[in-house]
Design a protein around this ligand. Structure first.
Ligand SMILES: Cc1cc2nc3c(=O)[nH]c(=O)nc-3n(C[C@H](O)[C@H](O)[C@H](O)COP(=O)(O)OP(=O)(O)OC[C@H]3O[C@@H](n4cnc5c(N)ncnc54)[C@H](O)[C@@H]3O)c2cc1C
Length: 292
């Protein structure tokens, strides 16, 4: 049973921020409602004021610029990302990920801003965006600022968003030459949230001979999406071979900090991290060698 609340529909960012200010800390932002309504139905969240930003059109866009890269407004839906020709051309891994995220109905309502602001460690977009070195933009009545997405997740369902702030934009830089990003989640039921997921980004040197840079980001393997930095270091500057990738997988499994729950035990999740890390780094390596 959902508690009574005051409903406010904002049509501009200013209106939303003004309403946030008026609501004196007893409010929740709602966008697609795909995550929040579940918490409200369970009585885990009972705000006095619900501020709906779904109609804030100025936050709903997908722009690409060859210098600055990709900018996605926070109220852009998963479905819009999935169907974007720009994203398909420059960041195809995001389209593939969206194809496997929930049902079309959820993708039609759920937004990128809501997904990240929810702070779920099993978010699908988060590992890929961190692998791509994305930043998020936040705004309050006082100021606007940006933060690397990898620093945005603080704890389980807790983010760096301060009281009074809205997430307004996701920015993804241009990928360096000879870079490939790949992602896979392991789940039992198709399109459900992953039991574990891994995104890998590999940048090869000019000759395609050695790994110049690597990012390995684990989903649902700790309280927040997690970079396996020790595993990444094993690849940097190295010639990649299958033995090295096997050891990288072992290192990532050591670095993660998964829980045991009804979906899987901690040990099972670590085994999945190892297997998916080996698979994803191999795939990213092969794709990076083949790209311009
Ligand atoms: C059946 C089902 C299956 C799902 N499967 C997946 C899956 O496979 N992978 C996956 O990643 N996710 C999955 N999800 C989660 C869902 O896709 C995301 O949570 C969704 O993107 C949330 O967006 P929303 O706009 O609906 O957020 P809301 O539910 O409206 O809000 C979520 C939270 O974010 C806050 N918020 C929203 N927008 C902003 C903003 N701009 N600034 C600040 N705070 C904000 C809200 O206050 C709330 O705390 C699933 C959800 C459902 C219901």
């Amino acid at each position: 049973m959902i508690h009574n609340f005051n409903y406010h529909r904002a049509t501009t960012l200013k209106e939303a921020l003004d309403q946030v200010e008026k609501s004196k800390e007893d409010y929740k932002i709602i966008c697609g409602g795909q995550s929040l309504l579940i918490l409200m139905r369970q009585g885990l969240v009972a705000p006095e004021n619900l501020i709906d930003i779904k109609s804030v059109k100025e936050m709903r866009y997908i722009d690409y610029d060859p210098k600055d890269g990709l900018k996605i407004g926070a109220t852009t839906t998963h479905r819009e990302i999935e169907k974007s020709p720009l994203i398909k051309k420059y960041y195809p891994v995001l389209v593939e990920m969206e194809n496997n995220l929930a049902s079309i109905q959820t993708r039609n309502w759920g937004t990128i801003g809501g997904n990240l602001a929810h702070g779920d460690p099993s978010s699908d977009p988060a590992p890929i965006l961190i692998a791509a070195n994305a930043t998020v933009k936040m705004a309050s009545q006082e100021k606007e600022h940006s933060l690397l997405l990898e620093d945005f997740f603080v704890d389980i369902f807790e983010t760096a968003l301060n009281e009074g702030e809205l997430l307004t934009e996701v920015q993804v830089p241009i990928l360096p030459k000879k870079t490939a990003i790949v992602y896979e989640k392991f789940n039992i039921i198709k399109n459900h949230q992953g039991i574990v997921s891994v995104a890998a980004s590999i940048t090869m040197d000019q000759d395609g001979d050695r790994c110049k840079d690597a990012r390995i980001v684990l989903g649902a393997a700790a309280a927040t999406p997690l970079r396996a930095k020790n595993a990444e270091k094993m690849l940097s500057g190295k010639k990649i071979d299958t033995k090295l990738l096997e050891n990288v997988g072992i290192k990532a499994a050591e670095e993660c900090d998964p829980v045991s729950d009804i979906h899987a035990t901690e040990t099972y999740r670590r085994d999945l991290v190892k297997a998916l890390t080996i698979k994803m780094t191999k795939k990213a390596w092969e794709h990076a060698k083949a790209t311009g």
